[in-house]
Design a protein around this ligand. Structure first.
Ligand code: NAD
Ligand code: USQ
Length: 410
């Protein structure tokens, strides 16, 4: 299969590109390298020593004998370039990772909010438009987020995308329908994924585009089978207060002896998936496209749910680390339950990597190995969600955050 991987230089896109190339697909990475530039803006860098795109690709060719092409292109800004690329490459499938994906970064300032909305929404809409204009028959697989649902349960497990509802008609008759599960974003970044979801629904309906949306949980881990083959292929590992995600941050913090930064009580429950399972899910999604005219196919791409404080305690037990409950910079529910349906990928053959299998290995083989590269000043999360949370502002009178639509005041 000919596959374009948009955002293929990033944390998920790089290992996914290698995995697909290893399976024999003809892969082209498209990336504008904005993530590397954001590192410079933040004065942060990956804990692991990632090489340049050219060096990584040369190392892959040397170790695997396979070639991955690279196109530097901003898909949010250069529509004509994207259209030309689709016409000349005519890919069988496109995997779309190319968005600004950090919630804290998206909340830093008005500039960051506007950049995230502009970049992510234009990237997705340009792609959909270009697919229609080029007329190519391509399966689009997008990396969405579990955060489109919010993190509440409303008393039921969150379904894979679509909610069964019963409406009462004008004559009192009962009408059964399936609707997109109501969105409840927790940051401007998450909001862009909700907007993406509407764009996909429209283009699948109007233009019969074949689209799969993967509502992915928080990724943990670093290596996949392919990134381990040569140090020049190593994947990025973000630990800074903007891009580092909770579990990888805790693993790194344990390795460098920094108290684990639990936000508030740590009662937040989130969905997780290991990076090796992510690449396998992308493979499975590509093998199982929807038909033209079918509605968007949605999977919940997550294997386990955990409460933040439970994760912190688990890592303390295996590493001897300490916990520090820090004020939560986010506007989110301090405690939530999260129950999620996740059968679709299991039914297709996904064999999940359990937390218990990989934690210690991550600490020993990644976080400890590269601990000398850590800049501890970059660890605190300084991006706050509301003006009331700015340093020096007296205690907040902001309304409490609600994760579940059912808990929101009418
Ligand atoms: P990342 O920032 O490491 O990678 C994104 C890549 O896209 C970067 O290489 C960046 O340069 C590129 N990019 C961004 N805007 C672009 C544009 N306009 N044109 C071309 N390239 C552009 O992020 P990631 O962690 O690899 O996440 C990839 C996708 O998966 C994102 O859409 C994210 O929302 C989703 N996701 C990630 C996680 C996670 O825990 N990392 C969890 C759930 C969903
Ligand atoms: N948290 C801590 N301590 C930390 C960092 C985070 O307690 O040091 C807490 C946060 O307050 C939050 C939870 O951990 O309650 C998760 O935070 P995170 O940074 O790990 O994840 P999040 O901001 O939700 O974003 C990440 C990815 C994003 C993806 C999302 C999936 O960056 O691209 O969409 O996970 S999900 O969480 O399911 O929406």
């Amino acid at each position: 299969m000919k596959v374009l991987v948009l955002g293929g230089d990033g944390f998920c896109g790089w290992p996914a590109s290698l995995h697909l190339s290893d399976l024999g697909h003809e892969v082209t990475i498209v990336d504008n390298l904005s993530r590397r530039r954001i590192d410079k803006e933040l004065g942060a860098s990956s804990l692991t020593p990632i090489t340049s795109p050219q060096e990584r690709l040369a190392a892959w060719e040397e170790t695997s004998g396979e070639t991955i092409d690279f196109v530097e292109l901003d898909i949010a800004q250069h529509y004509d370039g994207l259209l030309d690329l689709l016409r000349t490459a005519a890919p069988d499938a496109i995997v779309h990772f190319a968005e600004q994906r950090s919630a804290p970064y998206s909340m830093k300032s008005a500039t960051h909010k506007r950049y995230t909305i502009d970049n992510n929404t234009n990237a997705t809409h340009n792609l959909l438009c270009a697919l229609v204009e080029s007329g190519i028959d391509t399966h689009l697989v997008h990396l969405g987020t579990m955060g489109v649902y919010g993190y509440g349960t409303a008393g039921m497990s969150i379904p894979e995308g679509y909610l069964d509802v019963e409406l009462v008609g004008d004559e009192g008759e009962r009408i059964s329908q399936q609707i997109l599960y109501p969105t409840n974003p927790g940051s401007v970044y998450h909001l862009t994924k909700c907007l993406d979801q509407q764009l996909f629904a429209y283009y699948a309906k109007n233009d019969a585009l074949r689209i799969t949306d993967l509502h992915q949980g928080i990724i943990w881990g670093t290596h996949t089978e392919q990134t381990l083959r040569d140090e020049r292929l190593i994947n990025r590992f973000d630990y800074d207060g903007d891009y580092g995600t909770v579990l990888n941050r805790f693993l790194m913090q344990a390795a460098v002896g920094y108290p684990l930064t639990v936000h508030g009580t740590g009662g937040q429950t989130r969905a997780f998936i290991h990076i090796r399972d992510m690449v396998r899910c992308v493979e499975l999604a590509l093998q199982n496209p929807p038909a033209a005219g079918e509605r968007v196919k949605i999977f919940n791409q997550t294997t386990e749910s955990h409460r933040v404080r439970d994760l912190a305690e688990l890592i303390c037990r295996i590493s001897g680390a300490q916990i520090e409950n820090v004020p939560n910079p986010r506007h989110e529910s301090p405690e939530n339950e999260l129950s999620v349906r996740r059968e679709a990928f299991l039914d297709l053959g996904l064999e999940p990597t359990r937390l218990s299998e990989g934690l210690l290995m991550e600490i020993e083989q990644v976080a400890s190995r590269y601990a000398h590269r850590a800049d501890l000043e970059k660890i605190p999360c300084t991006s706050v969600w509301t003006k009331d949370q700015q340093p020096g502002v007296p205690a907040s009178r902001a309304p409490e955050a609600h994760d579940s639509p059912a808990e929101q005041p009418a």
